[in-house]
Design a binder for this molecule. Structure first.
Ligand code: FES
Length: 312
């Protein structure tokens, strides 16, 4: 069956909607508990600037592929090392799958339809493969090696189907990719808004060739970031400003307006940052690395964007 047919079929399964909503509610509630945001940031991968889920999924896929190879070798050779290697690979894959499940669920709770349903089925298939590999390990330990091999083979087929949906989530639905980098930000200082139109503490969305740019005046300095949220493309200028942090109105990612760094996920990629200055009554912006070493004075009229730890 073609990939598009499978995805279309999954998306038509309306009976899954209550499960999706209920699970997301439950996950949101859990992460609202004390310390939940820190756990959430860790599981998203905010601290490495990359989705942690994408890294951890390689462990079960790699380990279980190795397990299947060792099972084949084991069935055609009497050497005990192959069976030991196969069992160890199954166990390693199970450990990695637990991490992948925790990070995957954390990412999934902040995605919307139609990707949400594909994500749910992807997760359920992965749970099924974990159960099958768990049963395979149990069978191997209790003397049923042939049964263990059979369960692993079915589990592997299920995990491949899950991986196919995972690929759709990333390459088609663009989950986990940086939604802000496609923005065409000006290389040279370019006027984007009359200075008089930007008021203290009131975020404004300016534009450059159709690219939205977030402008904020804070304590007489002007800060500029790409307005399209790196998580899933929400409009940051419609979000809440608290101190030097802007919160995305869609899923609550929080970014420092000083340097675009992620303060809280689900976003993991920092917001592209711009330098801003006032020239002839106009706010002008240009692309910037936004990385001025701590302690160096910022040029007059240009936002200083020092790197900060906690914001707010
Ligand atoms: S779009 Fe999801 S947090 Fe901004």
């Amino acid at each position: 069956m073609r990939n598009g047919d499978v995805i279309g079929k999954i998306q038509r399964q309306e009976w899954l909607k209550p499960t999706e909503e209920g699970l997301q509610r439950l996950a949101h509630k859990a992460f609202r508990l004390r310390g939940g945001q820190q756990v959430k940031n860790f599981l998203h991968g905010t601290w490495i600037g990359h989705p942690l889920h994408a890294i951890l999924t390689d462990i079960p896929i790699g380990a279980w592929t190795a397990a299947i190879v060792f099972d084949v070798l084991d069935s055609s050779s009497p050497r005990r090392q192959y069976s030991l290697a196969a069992d160890s690979a199954v166990a390693l894959g199970l450990a990695g799958a637990c991490g992948a499940a925790a990070t995957g669920l954390t990412d999934w709770q902040d995605i919307d339809p139609p990707a949400r349903r594909i994500g749910l089925v992807h997760g359920l298939l992965n749970v099924a493969s974990v159960v099958l590999f768990g049963a395979s390990l149990f069978a191997r330990r209790t003397g049923s090696r042939a049964g263990g091999r059979g369960l692993a083979a079915i589990g592997y087929a299920v995990s491949v189907a899950a991986a196919r949906l995972g690929g759709n989530l990333v390459y088609e639905q663009k989950i986990g990719v940086d939604h802000s980098i496609s923005e065409k930000l000006p290389d040279e200082f370019t006027p984007v808004l009359p200075e008089a139109d930007l008021h203290e503490g009131k975020p404004v969305c300016a534009e450059h060739n159709g690219t939205p740019i977030l402008l904020v005046r804070r304590d007489s300095q002007i800060y500029a970031l790409a307005d399209t949220c790196s998580h899933l493309g929400g409009p940051l200028s419609e979000g809440m400003l608290e101190g030097y942090v802007i919160q995305c109105p869609w899923h609550g990612s929080r970014f420092s307006i000083r340097d675009g760094n992620v303060v809280d996920g689900p976003a993991v990629h920092p917001q592209p940052c711009l330098q801003a200055r006032i020239q002839n009554g106009q706010i002008e912006v240009r692309k910037s690395e936004c990385r001025i070493p701590t302690g160096l004075p910022a040029p007059a009229g240009i936002n200083p964007q020092p790197r900060t730890g906690t914001e707010g």
